[in-house]
Design a protein. Structure first.
Length: 761
């Protein structure tokens, strides 16, 4: 057992680690568990080099969890001690976030070269303590040598769509601290509300912080209430929150959106737009045409705002948005067109780059750096800017190869506004399907980057957009337990091949969340399903975090009960059927019932090839998702749909033998608020040899709209072995529509062959 000065990572390698798993998240980098224990009681003293916040924080948290009120001393002869010790980082292997935690029968010691490392050691200790009141507690003898892999370990929170109290923001920061995250990205301004007091421009909060109604239900329903809604943080509030976060070694990165997502600001100061207004703070979600006009007066306005922001937030980076900014107004604005000519710019894309670079120069003059969403790459990236890669990882790869720092936050793994369990059983969300396991599988460093380029990946963060999170409890539900998975990914100790062990540790954390009255998703306990296609046809595989042997299922549409068929192996699906399943223990149902209807037809389980792969954000199941017998829910499009961003669907199905075809069905989706548009047209082609294809049917956009995207296409007794379906992507979104100027999304559902549907063309 190492008792002195520093327990370095090098020394830890020689300890011969036990296979026993510590109940910690994130899992430490290196640890050893020995026999014996340290007894924590009211006689234990916290001994510290100085009376720091960390010591008082530990004292308070131990009291909160156990009821024990320990004394703090800079010197103590007590037989039972918790030692907090700072060592000289210049003479040890410690960096500022590294720590060691050693537990013997005599004492418990946390060491680091900086207070941040001590704080992380304290978090590990606190997770070892049960949340219950007793006279003493046995802490196992362990040695931990720990440090994070990534320097940016973050969570984001949008307070514009829905506003949250100062007290909840502090609670949110506590959640980050608990899992050793160090960055809070605070999204403070958007079309639906301006949430930060700016002394020089009081109308930003007098007008811009309030809207005269909000969208209710999903965007596709286009329903609104008329309730006045809003709120903002005073500068005193912000100073208090920044200090609170700083004590917990969390950096707050503020986001002030520009040039787009600026309608709330323009409602207050319309003179900084292209048209002069008037404007209203947005009631609905989505992207709006009116953005900041890049004229000198606008830059003075934004520089004044940023000057106050910089004074409030000591962060190295200031986030300036840069995403989803339509160029519609710029194309017809005399000021914008003059700016393009005067500066020798090619187009409006380069005008956005000019905008960002001009803002960057100002922020740099204040001793800070800018970071923005990956659209700031378009037209040329500002020299010192960092990029948040959200539309996948491609833009992050591009930026890293150009020697720009990157925070990876792709929608495929890091958007916590997506569904995390079976969408049919989940509260309303924007869409998507990002499970705990998927978050845990994330690797922030793409394989396409070499070792030198990988150094530019700062880390990653989870994004929490709040269109569908109307209160604090819903925010908690959406982040827990996915924040745990991301914390372990960013600490660098996630092991997707050992997901079951991580899952066990997550379940151990639930007791404390219950005691703290934290609202969290229990989808981890849900019976999960996966469709397997292959030589054996379609099979339905079921799993449960409890115990797979406790699953009971039915195939006749009735609800499962303790006497229903016990699940043991994947269920063959030879024909259309209705499966329901749930987990039972001692005759009691422990999970919600999952329901899945299968539509088996000639294409089900057959070989399918895509000319263009789906986007990584919406690729669950790959090409087989189009022939697995499942139809996607058009209102909860996260799981059974494939998404193609700017690309066509070109799918070829091999029926393995010549078949007579009378009908082909396919589902396509439209949700313009999410930039999802129907294809321009659909084309059906057939072939006998897989080489020569003949077009047999073309469906126009008008027909697709008429059928609301759910198409059943009659074929006149055509014989073929191969069927090719081409759905032509809508391409660049036209002016006046959501996402104008950007690539459209194409969402495609099951391709069925000879499935009856009364709607024919």
């Amino acid at each position: 057992m190492i008792k002195n000065l520093v327990f370095t990572l090098v020394l830890a390698i020689s300890l011969g680690f036990s296979q026993t798993q510590l109940p910690l998240i994130p899992q430490p980098k290196l640890y050893k568990i020995d026999g014996g224990f340290f007894l924590l009681s009211s006689e234990t003293v916290i001994q510290t080099d100085e009376l720091s916040f960390e010591a008082y924080y530990l004292q308070e948290e131990i009291k909160r969890k156990t009821g024990l009120d320990l004394k703090i001393a800079t010197t103590s002869q007590a037989k039972s001690q918790i030692n907090l010790s700072l060592v000289d980082p210049h003479t040890t292997a410690f960096n500022k976030e590294q720590y060691s935690l050693s537990v013997t029968t005599e004492f418990l010691q946390i060491q680091s070269g900086a207070k941040s490392g001590l704080f992380y050691g304290i978090q590990s200790l606190l997770q070892l303590l049960p949340y219950e009141s007793k006279s003493d507690y046995k802490i196992p003898m362990i040695d931990i040598a720990d440090r994070p892999k990534f320097s940016w370990r973050g969570m984001h929170l949008d307070v514009s769509r829905h506003f949250f109290s100062k007290e909840f923001i502090k609670k949110y920061i506590d959640y980050l601290a608990q899992y050793k995250m160090n960055t809070f990205h605070w999204h403070l301004t958007d079309d639906q509300g301006w949430r930060i007091e700016i002394k020089k421009y009081p109308k930003l909060t007098q007008i811009g912080a309030w809207r005269d109604g909000s969208m209710i239900g999903h965007y596709t329903e286009q329903q609104f209430d008329n309730q006045r809604y809003g709120g903002f943080y005073t500068q005193e509030d912000i100073k208090e929150i920044v200090a609170y976060a700083n004590q917990r070694h969390i950096t707050i990165v503020p986001e002030i959106e520009m040039p787009g997502h600026s309608l709330a600001a323009l409602a207050a100061y319309p003179e900084f737009s292209c048209t002069g207004g008037p404007f209203q703070v947005a009631k609905g979600w989505g992207v709006f045409e009116d953005v900041f006009c890049p004229k000198d007066e606008t830059f003075s306005f934004l520089e004044d705002i940023l000057s106050e922001v910089v004074d409030l937030f000591p962060s190295e980076y200031i986030h300036i948005g840069g995403d989803e900014s339509p160029r519609t107004r710029w194309k017809v604005c005399p000021n914008c067109q003059n700016r393009i000519r005067e500066n020798g710019l090619k187009d409006e894309h380069e005008l956005q780059s000019y905008f960002i670079q001009r803002i960057e120069k100002f922020v740099n003059s204040k001793g800070r750096k800018i970071i923005g969403w990956d659209e700031i790459l378009e037209g040329g990236l500002a020299p010192n800017a960092a990029v948040m890669s959200w539309r996948g990882t491609e833009c992050g790869i591009t930026a890293a190869k150009e020697n720009h720092f990157v925070v990876m936050t792709p929608g495929s793994h890091c958007y916590f506004d997506h569904y995390q369990g079976e969408p049919k059983n989940e509260p309303l969300a924007i869409g998507g399907y990002t499970t705990l396991e998927k978050v845990y599988s994330f690797n922030p460093i793409p394989t396409l980057l070499n070792q030198e380029e990988s150094k530019y990946i700062l880390g990653a963060q989870g994004n929490v957009w709040t269109e569908y999170m109307e209160d604090e409890k819903k925010v908690e539900y959406m982040i827990f337990p996915r924040i745990m998975a991301l914390s372990e990914v960013l600490w660098g100790t996630a092991n997707p091949t050992a997901y079951a062990k991580f899952q066990d540790r997550v379940i151990q954390q639930f007791n404390e969340l219950d005691k703290r009255n934290v609202n969290y998703s229990k989808s981890i306990f849900e019976v999960t399903s996966e469709v397997i296609t292959g030589d054996k046809g379609i099979q339905f595989q079921l799993k449960s975090a409890y115990n797979t042997t406790g699953i009971r299922y039915t195939v006749d549409g009735s609800n499962p009960n303790p006497n229903s068929t016990a699940y043991s192996n994947p269920i063959p699906i030879p024909k259309s059927t209705f499966i329901k399943a749930a987990y039972f223990e001692s005759g009691i149902q422990k999970s919600t019932t999952i329901t899945q209807e299968f539509f088996i037809n000639k294409s089900s389980g057959k070989s399918i090839v895509l000319a263009n792969p789906p986007h990584e954000n919406y690729s669950l199941g790959g090409a087989n998702a189009l022939v697995n017998g499942l139809k996607g829910n058009p209102t909860k499009y996260g799981r059974d749909w494939l998404g193609f961003w700017g690309k066509d669907l070109v799918a070829t199905i091999d029926l393995t033998a010549k078949e007579r075809i009378t009908n082909i069905s396919i589902g396509v989706l439209s949700n313009e608020g999410s930039w999802i548009y129907y294809p321009k047209q659909l084309e059906i082609l057939t072939s006998l040899d897989g080489v020569k294809f003949k077009s047999i049917k073309t469906i126009s956009l008008d027909e697709i709209v008429k059928a609301k995207g759910q198409l059943s296409i009659r074929i006149k007794n055509k014989k073929a072995r191969y069927v090719k379906v081409i759905a032509q992507n809508n391409g660049k979104i036209e002016d006046g529509k959501q996402g104008a100027g950007s690539d459209a999304w194409l969402f495609v559902d099951e391709i069925g062959i000879d499935v009856y549907n009364p709607r024919f063309f």
